[in-house]
Design a binder for this molecule. Structure first.
Ligand SMILES: Cc1cc2nc3c(=O)[nH]c(=O)nc-3n(C[C@H](O)[C@H](O)[C@H](O)COP(=O)(O)O)c2cc1C
Length: 124
């Protein structure tokens, strides 16, 4: 499993690099994936998916097993909405929305999900 993160100000990077798997910035990822990918991205501009994430998914969506999305609850109904859009448009399971760089419990939720994936179990 490799974690791909889309981060502008560092919050999703902090979350992604705390999960205990190899993690790489979305703009640096290239080539043919050798293992499953897990995406950590963010919401921008009223719940939109960042262009960098869209470009990545257009190439790699078939390899992405799940997504976690950072946001801020101050955005109300648009909180983490990029995650809902990715799930609907790309059919990638949304595992978690989290605020900022996430609480310890958020990291544990995603980490445990990733470990279960590695064990070959499919659960959300
Ligand atoms: C211009 C701007 C627009 C944002 N729009 C949303 C939004 O619509 N929904 C949301 O949940 N968070 C929104 N956020 C919050 C970011 O998703 C959040 O701060 C995220 O942790 C940023 O990740 P990064 O530090 O890795 O770039 C917005 C932040 C900025 C600066």
């Amino acid at each position: 499993m490799t974690i791909i993160f889309d981060s502008l100000t560092g919050q999703t990077k902090r979350f992604a690099t705390s999960l205990g798997f190899d993690a790489i910035h979305i703009k640096l990822y290239e080539g043919e994936p050798k293992d499953n990918l897990f995406l950590v991205t963010r919401s921008i501009n009223f719940g939109q998916i960042p262009e960098t994430t869209k470009n990545f998914l257009d190439s790699y969506k078939d390899h992405v097993v799940g997504v976690a999305v950072s946001g801020n609850k101050n955005w109300g109904e648009n909180y983490g909405k990029a995650g809902d859009k990715i799930e609907a448009q790309y059919k990638i399971p949304l595992i978690l929305k989290f605020e900022g760089s996430g609480f310890k419990s958020d990291k544990e939720t995603v980490k445990n999900w990733l470990l279960r994936q590695q064990e070959g179990k499919r659960s959300k």
